[in-house]
Design a protein around this ligand. Structure first.
Ligand code: TRP
Length: 458
């Protein structure tokens, strides 16, 4: 058996240009984590979320391109991970609506970001809802959709997002309870707060942040802009030759985020021996440049050829949607958005098994009673196979050929007992239905939800 990979998912709001703090605090650790063998990483540009805060179309458009280019230039292996734009996956807002219809309004009232805006309005004597749009209010539900649609296990985020993860779990649980049958539909995501990751100080020593206007640029402006920013880092007024305290100086903290232990020890010793702040800044700029410089060339190349970026994102969207489409089919069916030909009985949830003697009379009364069927036959070679037909008569599955009809029957019965819905697709988009270690059939990934529905009703 192969061990199941851990699905790690995170989103980046596209409302600005990444700076050095974003790189060290989020991009670099995320890319590093994505290289681990057990990790199946999903990274996406949260551009619908950007619309909540930013009504400047040019800025949103530019940020999407810059952030994508930054991640690619920083070494993200876009073949290995799934890298996409939220707005390229229409199923996300579709799920967002389904979740909106189960999310408690009272829960949303408690969201920190929304409450902070209300409090600020009240403090200024304004109407509590002044300037607050529904996007801000529903922000956590869209975020829940981002996460739940991929059944992510782990979501690495900053501390400010912990509450959003709790809300995503809450909404998932409620949805599972209402529609998930025994096994549930959504995985409950775990928040991941990485304590070891560097939070970089900005030029003035406060956390590096665009809102404090204290950032060091990542790629823009080249080495020159980097040196210029580093020159503005606030230090104490010790003269050249005077011993300096490494610990507690922002300059040293920044250095640590870009240097090896040996380099750090050397730098500390130099500072304590009286290295001038000017020289220390030059050393820091060198260190940062050693890591960032090579990526900057790739960034410039991508920005000059945005088609390369677009192609990568389109491929990512394709990969993401291959995952999402069959699951969305299941979700739609689970809430009752089914084909008109599917039983109207409430007892035939996609996931849950039909309750014997419960749905049937209603079906009969409605003149329905059509069930999915399994049909056994012998193929041209005289071997045994079965076909599965859905309620609408469509062939959903054809089994492999068996010499022994009993073995085939036992295999299909074993299949019926399994949760097939989460089986992964092979590279060709088909899913192998395996029971007791043998592959009974291969079906199109898009048909998997219908196959599950049908088998559950056999
Ligand atoms: N709200 C997150 C932030 O501001 C961005 C985000 C949107 C996100 N959707 C997500 C993060 C899903 C993790 C998972 O940082």
């Amino acid at each position: 058996m192969t061990t199941q990979k851990v699905r790690v998912l995170t989103g980046i709001t596209t409302s600005g240009t990444p700076h050095l703090g974003n790189y060290a605090g989020a991009i670099r650790p995320a890319i590093e984590a994505s290289t681990h063998a057990e990790v199946d990483a999903f990274f996406f540009l949260a551009d619908y979320h950007a619309l909540v805060k930013c009504d400047d179309p040019a800025r949103v458009a530019r940020s999407r391109v810059e952030i994508a280019a930054t991640w690619i230039a920083a070494g993200l292996d876009t073949e290995r991970v799934t890298f996409y734009r939220q707005s390229d996956i229409p199923e996300i807002p579709e799920l967002c609506w389904m979740l909106t219809c189960v999310a408690a309004k009272g829960l949303m009232n408690r969201a920190h970001a929304y409450k902070a805006s209300v409090d600020a309005n009240v403090a200024r004597g304004l109407d509590p809802d002044d300037g607050i749009n529904m996007g801000l209010f529903s922000y956590p539900i869209l975020m829940a959709a981002d996460i739940l649609i991929f059944n992510a296990h782990r979501v690495p985020v900053g501390r400010d997002q912990i509450q959003h993860l709790e809300m995503a779990r809450d909404i998932a649980q409620r949805f599972n309870h209402l529609y998930g049958g025994e096994e549930g539909l959504f995985t409950l995501p775990e928040v991941q707060i990485d304590e070891s990751v560097a939070t970089l100080p900005g030029l003035d020593g406060r956390k590096m942040s665009k809102s404090y206007d204290n950032t060091i640029p990542l790629f823009e402006g080249g080495r020159q802009a980097l040196e210029k920013a580093v020159a503005q880092i606030v230090t104490d007024s010790r003269e050249p030759g005077e011993p300096k305290q490494a610990e507690g100086s922002h300059l040293f903290t920044l250095f640590q985020a870009f240097a090896s232990p040996t380099q750090i020890a050397h730098f500390r010793a130099e500072l304590e021996a009286g290295l001038a702040w000017g020289d220390a800044k030059a050393m820091l700029a060198d260190r940062i440049e050693a890591q960032i410089g090579p990526m900057r060339a790739r960034y410039a190349e991508l920005m000059a050829h945005p088609k390369q970026i677009e192609d990568i994102l389109q491929a990512g969207a394709g990969k993401a949607r291959a995952q999402v489409l069959p699951f969305m089919k299941r979700l739609r069916a689970a809430v009752g958005l089914r084909s008109a030909t599917v039983s109207i009985s409430p007892d035939h949830g996609v996931h849950g098994k039909a309750v014997p003697g419960h749905g049937a009379p209603k079906e009969a009364a409605a003149g329905k009673g059509r069930r999915p069927r399994l049909v056994s036959f012998r193929d041209a070679d005289g071997r045994f196979r079965q076909r599965l037909f859905g309620v609408d008569g469509r062939e959903l599955m054809l089994t492999e050929a068996f010499d022994d009809p009993k073995a085939l029957h036992a295999g299909v019965q074993a299949l019926i007992q399994q949760d097939l819905a989460t089986l992964p697709a092979d590279a060709d988009g088909r899913v192998s239905l395996v029971a007791d270690g043998q592959c009974l059939a291969r079906v199109d990934q898009d048909d998997l939800p219908d196959v599950c529905t049908a088998l559950a009703q056999i």
